[in-house]
Design a protein around this ligand. Structure first.
Ligand SMILES: C[S@@+](CC[C@H](N)C(=O)[O-])C[C@H]1O[C@@H](n2cnc3c(N)ncnc32)[C@H](O)[C@@H]1O
Length: 199
């Protein structure tokens, strides 16, 4: 049973049925590998999961976690670099994409996802996501950088036409601190989608 504890636990609950059917998955910020391992465990044996992070230590942690959890037989491609550039190189449509923003809890808290890069990656993601595919974003408004990023993301997502994407959010309402917010984006099924402008 998944607890309604925070944006990450709720994102896992919502992603589970989609991960079980996905062919191409992307973890945009693999960090300590918790989300990558969660997706690798559920995805079909013939699926491919790309896992990105700008920190080499995050790539190491993710690979170690996959090995420790016996998931090294799954097709997971871990790459160190910025997610906007790495996502642009993927040729296939993506069924499931996850952004867990912020900083690596066990690492250097100054290495935070960057507001402008996050928006750029999101625009590329909106163009790459498959019909009925899902983009999950956990955003952390509890720090100055995180609040700016979460606000910019919300403002941008509010401009996306509702005939193209279902976009919603989830957040606890009784927490004393500033809890993470989950955004859920799903591409709607229709014949023609306008390309999302990258600028
Ligand atoms: C909250 S952590 C991710 C946690 C991770 N999903 C997990 O399950 O352990 C955020 C991560 O984003 C990474 N990051 C920051 N900017 C990035 C960028 N431009 N491209 C890829 N990763 C980035 C950080 O290095 C950090 O590891």
């Amino acid at each position: 049973m998944y607890p309604f504890r925070n944006a990450v636990t709720v994102s896992h609950m919502m992603m589970e049925p989609y991960a079980r059917q996905a062919h191409v998955l992307v973890d945009m910020t693999c960090g300590n590998g918790h989300d990558t391992a969660f997706l690798a465990r559920l995805m079909p044996d013939d699926a491919v999961l790309y896992a990105f992070d700008i920190q080499p230590c995050a790539i190491d942690h993710t690979q170690q976690r996959l090995q420790q959890e016996g998931l090294d037989g799954k097709h997971v491609v871990c790459t160190c670099g910025s997610h906007d550039e790495l996502l642009a190189r993927i040729q296939e449509n993506v069924d499931l994409m996850v952004f867990n923003l912020g900083y690596l809890p066990s690492g250097d808290h100054k290495i935070h996802t960057n507001c402008e890069i996050t928006l750029k990656a999101m625009k590329i993601g909106l163009n790459k996501i498959a019909i009925n595919g899902i983009i999950m974003i956990a955003a952390y408004p509890g720090t100055e950088a995180g609040a700016r990023e979460e606000q910019a993301l919300r403002s941008y997502l509010q401009t996306i036409p509702q005939q193209d994407f279902h976009i919603s959010s989830w957040q606890p309402v009784n927490e004393v601190h500033c809890p993470p917010v989950l955004y859920i984006v799903q591409k709607r099924g229709k014949r023609h989608h306008e390309e999302i402008p990258l600028h």
